[in-house]
Write a protein of this length. Structure first.
Length: 134
């Protein structure tokens, strides 16, 4: 959560930002945009959707890109987490490793499609839980 005294925004605000990241991530037909960048936005959509859920439940969340940690925070707070969404934790690598030039391998089309699929499922779960239309 933001430092004490700083308004973290509403769950709806966080979902709006998650929706925007998911929309950006879905534009694989844009010339010059790397799949790594699109996967970063898929990761961001999941991260923000999870933080929206935590905020909705008044659960403090850590400043982190670590999806597994955010999932664990949800579970520890008693928020029902669908097992079929566990693979969302794998998107964490797109927040750090593939975002910058270096030793990571290029993201494949299949990996990109999987990232978009899981991000869409996590977003839909969060929106339904919070009561926002997806």
């Amino acid at each position: 959560m933001p430092p004490s005294g700083v308004d973290p925004g509403s769950p709806a605000d966080w979902l709006r930002h998650a929706r925007s990241d998911l929309a950006l991530a879905s534009h694989s037909d844009t010339p010059g945009v790397m799949l790594e960048t699109l996967c970063f936005h898929a990761q961001q959509a999941v991260e923000k959707a999870l933080k929206a859920v935590l905020l909705h439940h008044s659960v403090p969340f850590p400043y982190t890109h670590d999806i597994a940690r955010l999932i664990t925070t949800c579970q520890d707070a008693g928020i029902a987490w669908p097992d079929e969404l566990d693979e969302a934790a794998e998107l964490t690598e797109y927040a750090v490793v593939t975002r910058y030039p270096g030793p990571s391998s290029e993201v494949t089309e299949e990996e990109y499609r999987e990232a978009i699929d899981i991000a869409g499922k996590v977003f839909a779960w969060a929106a339904a839980l919070i009561g926002e239309g997806s």
